[in-house]
Design a protein around this ligand. Structure first.
Ligand SMILES: Cc1cc2nc3c(=O)[nH]c(=O)nc-3n(C[C@H](O)[C@H](O)[C@H](O)COP(=O)(O)OP(=O)(O)OC[C@H]3O[C@@H](n4cnc5c(N)ncnc54)[C@H](O)[C@@H]3O)c2cc1C
Length: 401
């Protein structure tokens, strides 16, 4: 594996840097720095995604035939690295990274024409309807019913932990279309418009405080919701196959570039607070830097062998565990570095930027999101399949135990 960048790659890197410098405006930058969960508000996220779309870069993983930029694996790596290093906004993954690859592989031509261009342009917002109360890790136990009535399915039940359902125009759902002996065989993958009568969204409060302006997860209720059968992806009863395919993309992300950025930020905090040379803290920083460097090398090895449109496979479980554990450890280190400034409860970290507060916040500006982020990042070892479950997958699929 040759890890040195060619002159052409370096030219591409400069092009990306130049674009970021021109497009990552001051207000978005400040909001991003103060975000407690990595997300922005819908309007700012969509504005950012549309800028990337105009440049042809919003879907670096998509094949060219569907509007992807045709990056080489190295260009994709450079692109992700530069975006993370600059701390640019997170893109909403539910359309671009989750449902789109499923539609590309298993959807009809009509479904591709209806959904893919709209996802690419960020004209629609998607959410993921997999988990249910009582069905998370053991997802195949899901109960939400879709009963056939002519050309429609009638949905009854509920989905939970649905990220940004309050903003979504569409939801992709796993539903039970029959009760087979083998639970997986009765599951279908169906798309539904969120404005269909009978759908209600209820916000769920999270550990990091009331999320009035940065609300993240919801419960979605379905009460006799009529969804056209033509919204089903692929065959009835084969939804489990499509769902697993999607999860490989959900989990197959490169973590290292974002981790390097987060670690550098935590180190700066320690320096501002005058504790960077504390031996205990310095040892923890060194340990994490080694972990992140090792993960970086592993990701470069894995991603450099992939061509456009391919998923990482079972190795994604390894990246998910290592990446999410490092994310949590870095948020803990930042909390330790900021010390007592982590104590005041900051309900709305954007209050000052958005002109919603007349009160000055206690402590320096950079302190506000540290404790909320620490609490919020407890999610990373749970979502996208808990880390315990990832270890089970590795034991079975990678180690063959
Ligand atoms: C912030 C956040 C956002 C989310 N967004 C979405 C979303 O948009 N859409 C969506 O569908 N879902 C979403 N989820 C749900 C997420 O996928 C589930 O929370 C996750 O799969 C775990 O399921 P559960 O919460 O039901 O926990 P459970 O499955 O009840 O697990 C409880 C505990 O038991 C452990 N455990 C369970 N089974 C095993 C096993 N076989 N071996 C060892 N340990 C086990 C788990 O690791 C965990 O520690 C989100 C979750 C969070 C926290």
């Amino acid at each position: 594996m040759d890890l040195a960048f060619s002159a052409e790659d370096l030219k591409f890197r400069d092009e990306v840097r130049d674009w970021i410098a021109k497009n990552f405006d001051a207000e978005t930058k400040t909001m991003q720095a103060q975000s407690k969960n990595g997300y922005l508000d819908k309007e700012t996220m969509v504005r950012w995604q549309k800028k990337l779309y105009e440049r042809g870069w919003v879907a670096p993983d998509w094949p060219v035939e569907h509007g992807g930029p045709g990056f080489t694996p190295t260009q994709r790596y450079i692109f992700n690295m530069e975006m993370s290093a600059a701390g640019t906004p997170t893109l909403s993954p539910m359309g671009l990274k989750m449902v789109a690859p499923v539609i590309m592989k298993f959807g009809t031509d009509e479904q591709k024409a209806q959904h893919l261009p709209a996802i690419l342009k960020s004209d629609v917002w998607w959410c993921q309807g997999y988990s249910e109360p009582g069905s998370g890790s053991d997802l195949a136990s899901l109960q939400m019913k879709a009963e056939r009535d002519g050309d429609h399915y009638v949905f009854n039940g509920s989905k939970i932990w649905t990220t940004h359902a309050q903003w979504a125009d569409w939801i992709f759902c796993l539903v039970r279309t029959s009760t087979e002996k083998n639970r997986q065989d009765g599951i279908s993958f169906v798309l539904a418009r969120m404005d269909t009568p009978g759908i209600t969204v209820q916000a769920l409060p999270t550990l990091d405080g009331p999320m009035k302006h940065q609300q993240e997860v919801n419960q979605v209720f379905f009460d006799n919701v009529r969804v056209p059968v033509s919204n089903r992806i692929g065959e009835e009863g084969k939804g489990w196959t499509y769902a697993k395919y999607l999860l490989e993309f959900e989990r197959g992300n490169a973590y290292a570039p974002g981790l390097k950025n987060a670690l550098a930020k935590a180190r700066r905090l320690a320096q501002y607070e005058g504790v960077a040379d504390d031996p205990d803290l310095a040892r923890k920083f060194a340990e994490l830097e080694i972990q992140v460097a090792a993960l970086d090398a592993t990701e470069m090895r894995i991603f450099s062998s992939l061509s456009s449109g391919k998923s990482v496979g079972a190795a994604s479980s390894m990246l998910k565990c290592a990446g999410s554990e490092a994310q949590q450890a870095i948020s803990e280190l930042a909390l330790e570095a900021i010390g007592l400034y982590a104590q005041p409860f900051v309900e709305d970290t954007w209050a000052e930027i958005k002109g919603r507060s007349n009160e000055p916040r206690p402590g320096p500006e950079y302190a506000a999101p540290i404790a909320p982020s620490y609490f919020n990042y407890r999610k990373t070892s749970i979502y996208a399949g808990s880390n315990e479950v990832q270890r089970n997958i590795m034991a079975k699929m990678v180690l063959g135990l």
